[in-house]
Design a protein around this ligand. Sequence first.
Ligand code: SDX
Length: 428
Amino acid sequence: MSDKAELHYNGNVYQLPIIEGTQNEKALDISRLRGESGLITLDKGFKNTGSTESAITFLNGEEGILKYRGYSIEELADKSSFVEVSYLLIYGELPTAEQLKSFQAEITNHTLVHEDVKSILDGFPSKSHPMGVLSSLVSSLTAFYPMSLDPNRSASEVNGTIIRLLAKLPTLAAWSYKNRMRQPVVYPKNSLDYCSNFLRMMFALPTEEYQINPVVAKALDKLLILHADHEQNCSASTVRIVGSSHASLYTSVSAGIAALWGPLHGGANQAVIEMLENIRRDGGDVEKYVSRAKDKSDSFRLMGFGHRVYKNFDPRATIIKKAADDVLKELGVDDPVLDIAKTLEEIALNDEYFVARGLYPNVDFYSGIIYRALGIPTDMFTVMFAIGRLPGWIAQWKEMRENNEPIGRPRQVYTGYTSRDYVTIDKR
Ligand code: SDX
């Protein structure tokens, strides 16, 4: 197999090295292209462009493979926990029992947020979308921890910032929801595990304690594992490029939350439920919506379908679909939109339009059905995605910083006016 490619241009021949990853992925290294040939590449949406080399997560879109640090998502979802997977993604290895205990204790001891966060919360109208509140609150952590503004501090100080963010995000997320409900915030309880603590902060009321259902806590833990990282997706790339300017981890993740919010990315899980509800209200005519999704003159898309990388099934969707059946059965929830989702999947997977384009259900297609069964309100679905994705964002940011990667600054092909003389306003 050749380790270089030749580019013939303007009578010259340029040798471009081919690099190969540990999973036999090959890339044309164009880092010297402009210097040698004057050419740049153009690839809108970076569909064919690698932005970095990474050892964190591996996807094979053709075979529907997803691995975190070499471990399959199927094994981790079945046997691990979200806190353990967070450790694996961030530090690169599964923790020993002692390491996990210490990691969990560090997180538990940092779940409280500064009382002044409540004053910031009070400034948000009750109709504020929790994703906008969460992105702002995460950025506000720089005000409470100004040392975090310098990511070039010692590794132990950077790790302190990492622990604080992992510990406080669920608290900030739950408080964003309480702000929406105009209910008093609930403080974290150190005796509870990560998911149970979050659920209690979401749903406990001054009038009644929240009874933690282990089925709900376990289902949430599995969903967070499934969302924990996904290599160079839109929000992870955002976190990397903001962090590449040596901005703090908090502001890099705040930007990642903003990117995740979009309905083409993490916001799809909310859009899927809204779409399924629309279909239900419209008499359940699934065929009509499948036809609309195929109609180029109609802006309607099947939310939760399609993926930039997976042109076969999304392994996470397969796991979540099964979990949806199990959780709804265990909770005795009968949600009519689950049947609509399954019918939609069945029709689409047998339709040439979707098959030809490799459009399968993605991670967002079934996740909202479980969140709803767990009592999570629809506009908190993407917040749940952010809580799950946080260790992945942190791992990507940490790897980028440790590899001393340069500031991200793409080139462009200019298509505007070449040159014009200024005309005074009286002559325009
Ligand atoms: C996530 O990158 C990640 O890893 C993301 C993620 C993660 O874990 O971080 O996996 C999480 O964001 C999952 C995706 C959630 N988004 C949605 O479910 C929104 C609906 N899906 C699409 O908008 C779309 O499929 C994307 C955005 C997910 C992918 O878009 P691409 O790769 O840019 O593909 P495209 O828009 O160029 O579509 C290719 C073709 C087009 O048709 P043609 O021009 O070839 O005729 O497929 C069609 C599209 O019109 N198409 C769809 C469709 N998705 C693509 N047609 C109908 N319904 C859809 N959902």
